[in-house]
Design a protein around this ligand. Structure first.
Ligand code: DGY
Length: 322
């Protein structure tokens, strides 16, 4: 039997590409540039499986016609870039890669929290610009992190891993909002306590960190009213998805001092980052690096390989979304 034809939309770590090529008839996107909607539509018509990433946009229009593809093996846990209902309607399965990027994404959230609170980005820029005049008691004063309160929005795997770092690493009081009730004993394992509403968590926290999925249900969860509900002088950290935050409202909240600063790894229109954010010293900006370690990106690729192998062998993929 001929091997399924697979299109990989971006280059992967070598070990994962090798594992894929051992099992499938693989086409790589050698240029490693994001594919257009037309190219993705054509890929669905030409291949048995397409393996996209967050940099590929797959709205309903991409699924029009009679696709040959039977599965989208997404390289990533978040899948708000795929219209999964449209995929399902065409009989296309979708899988993702949960679990393997939990620690690294929680680490990046911690990095952003520390960097924005302690003004790490500003300090580095000052030294590189040869503008540091030496130590003095009032130089670049930041905000203490240890023993403060952190509010986590979304207490899934990554939210929990972040809570663990904050509580056991930095002695922080951890509160969280989660749509469904989390067992108190489970929350206590992470040194955390559940609050009833998003507003309760915002009002209690010196740092607010977003760990909920993107997509329609959480679009602009952080809007002007929610920024106003944050504690005065608090910071926002976003390693979830750009669309969870209304960027215009965020910029206004930063400009007017409603919040003190922000640490961002994700943006509404990636890779575009608003100039106004780039101009602010109290904002730390990373280029969507949450899962960007050799170990994690390889593990993500291996998960995709396992998911599509199961699918083409007639087994249920471990990480099936639809
Ligand atoms: C994820 O896995 O969701 C990362 O953000 C990369 O897409």
């Amino acid at each position: 039997m001929s091997r399924p034809r697979i299109l990989v939309t971006r280059r992967w770590p070598a070990a994962a590409e090798t594992a894929l090529a051992e099992r499938f008839d693989v086409t790589l996107n050698e240029a490693d540039l994001p594919m257009t909607a037309d190219q993705l539509r054509q890929a669905l018509a030409d291949y048995d499986a397409v393996l996209p990433t967050v940099s590929d946009k797959l709205p309903a229009s991409v699924f029009e016609g009679s696709p040959r593809a039977k599965i989208l093996g997404n390289f990533g846990v978040g899948y708000n870039h795929i219209d999964v209902a449209a995929a399902k309607a065409k009989g296309i399965a979708v899988t993702n890669t949960p679990g393997v990027l939990t620690d690294c994404t929680a680490d990046i959230a911690m990095l952003l929290l520390l960097t924005v609170a302690r003004r790490g980005g500003e300090g580095e820029r000052q030294i590189r610009a040869d503008e540091w005049k030496g130590w003095c008691p009032t130089h670049m004063i930041g905000t203490k992190v240890s023993s403060k309160t952190v509010g986590i929005i979304g207490f899934g795997r990554i939210g929990k891993a972040f809570a663990q770092r904050c509580h056991f690493g930095f002695g922080m009081d951890v509160v969280f909002y989660n749509r469904s009730k989390v067992d108190e004993a489970e929350a206590a394992r992470y040194g955390a306590r559940q609050l009833a509403t998003v507003e309760d968590a915002l009002g209690a926290s010196d740092f607010v960190s977003l760990h909920c999925p993107g997509g329609a249900e959480n679009r602009h969860l952080m809007n002007a009213a929610r920024f106003a509900a944050m504690k005065k002088g608090a910071f926002l950290i976003n390693t979830a998805r750009g669309d969870v935050v209304d960027e215009t409202a965020l910029i206004a909240a930063l400009q007017t001092g409603v919040i003190r600063g922000a640490g961002l790894d994700v943006y509404e229109a990636e890779p575009q980052v608003p100039e106004k954010l780039k101009a602010m010293e109290n904002v730390v900006l990373l280029p969507h690096l949450g899962s960007a370690t050799e170990e994690t990106r390889t593990a993500m690729g291996m998960k995709v390989v396992e998911n599509i192998t199961a699918f083409f062998e007639g087994r249920e993929p471990a990480d099936r979304v639809v």
